[in-house]
Ligand binder design. Sequence first.
Ligand SMILES: Cc1ncc(C[n+]2csc(CCOP(=O)(O)OP(=O)(O)O)c2C)c(N)n1
Ligand SMILES: [Mg+2]
Length: 583
Amino acid sequence: MEATTTPAKINSRTGARLIAEFLARRGVRQIYGLCGGHIQPIWDEAARAGIQIVDVRHECAAVYMAHAQADLTGSLGVAMVTAGPGLTNAITGIANASASRSPVLVISGRPPRPQAGMGALQDMPQGELIRPICRRVEVVYERHHILPRLEAAVRAAEGVGTHAGPAYIDFPTDLLRADVPDADVDHLFFEPRSPESPGPSQDAVSKAASLIREGKRLLVISGKGARTGGNELSAFLEASGALYLDTAESRGVIPLDHSSSVPASRARAMAEADVIVTVARKLDFQLAYGSRAVFSDDAKFVRLGASGDELFDNRPGDAELLGDVAASLRALTEAGAVPERVDTEWIESLRAYDREKTEKFVARMGEQPPGSDGYMHPSSLLAAVNEIIDEDTIVVADGGDILSFARGGLRAETYLDPGPLGCLGVGVPFATSAALNFPGRRVIAVIGDGSFGLTAMEIDTAVRSGARAVFIVANNESWGIERNDQLVGYDGNLVGVELPDCRYDRVAAGLGAYAERVEKPEDLADAIERALENAPALLDVTVTKEAESPDFKNGLAGVPDRQALEVWDRAERDRQAGDTGVG
Ligand SMILES: Cc1ncc(C[n+]2csc(CCOP(=O)(O)OP(=O)(O)O)c2C)c(N)n1
Ligand SMILES: [Mg+2]
């Protein structure tokens, strides 16, 4: 018999396998997502490529989990959601990653190309829907575009040469099934790259250094991008003798007990400093938009940032250092940017004020009386949590009043919260992701009852994936901060703010988690220990709805016209009135 030769087979793989290979070779170890036919080929190939699929109960939670991973590890987080409602469900998570400038890649599918525009299942203009909240949107049509567009999306998310944020890419399902020949696969795309961002210009460094040398009261405020420049930031604080305010964006970059740190003197530091250095920090509502009514009118701003957003939003810098912030900080230290006639009296007085306020605050925390309803004050709960937090504990806070109490009251070095979008519901997914990414560390989330309800079903995700987080629900049977606002600002006309009689411990137990209800402060310590031992676990802790948090007292819930806080709003209006006669 004549020997037959099989024709040489062209080496190819499906589009889905190519995407999975790209992700695996670029170091992606987990994808958070929820299944669906439009993405099934990638879902399948990613799992076969050894990527862990963490499957959630609502697509938004997948993006929250990818976001938490990105914030905690500094590397790209990846979420995968199906077409149509899969993507629309994910939108709040994408908006949150956008506001937080967190590197998240969102992958989706869409109807096969032959059905596009014909009224196909789950067909909608997905790219258009999310374009304003993404650093980049890629809608892929061709097999030879798969790798270049993935590369572009990943780099946009990582914020190479600018700030990070979410990027989005989708593929039609037929392209995922189609063969991609070797000729369309450039292997260079598989190689991980270390993003290199250029440093600041020499002129900008000289200008900034001389402003700092001329100042007497130097204040440094850091933001998200400072997370990658911790060493350079401490070296600059050390050399310059500056005072320092962190914001939740960069909590932990500088240890809480650092001698420069004066969080409790925040208002005075902002008002009295004469040179303010912002490190990768937008002057957003949390910093009074840099207002001349809140900061000193003639204070000089030195702004360091990876993008325009971090340099000239609201109050442009007197000196602006565009580029890698670690490189900018190093350059300032090397240029001898140290105040020549430093106001040591001011520094000492702010430190003393900070120490005194902090000591009083801590002493009072565990001693707040219960409400007239007999339930404990939220600070009693936080005091008990503080007892078991160590420098390794990852702490998550979510809610209204309880978030405000927790942000100031919990002594956490590693900390995540709803961020500048005020995005309630992150608590359970953030903590679940933290526990999966850091199985050796304690993870504790303190969550308002209202906020818990938004993503409560993700307790099931924690149970199934073995995420050993402890979820503590501060149950005041209300959307507390809004209720307080209605009591005071709307004559007590309470509308849609009560959440009575919910047993969150039973919800969690029903989903397979260890759970307890705790009603007395003296029972908290043991209950938290048991929860840590049996995690994932939930404690449903009854707290009074009468406690008024700092955010409430500052007027945040009332949403003033010009500024986020009432006292700043008043100061801003006074300044305007003084200028123009208009109140
Ligand atoms: C997704 C979302 N919905 C609504 C709001 C408005 N909001 C801000 S705080 C708050 C109340 C939060 O209640 P809870 O989580 O129980 O915390 P508490 O204030 O009671 O401590 C609400 C509804 C928001 N920020 N985010
Ligand atoms: Mg509540």
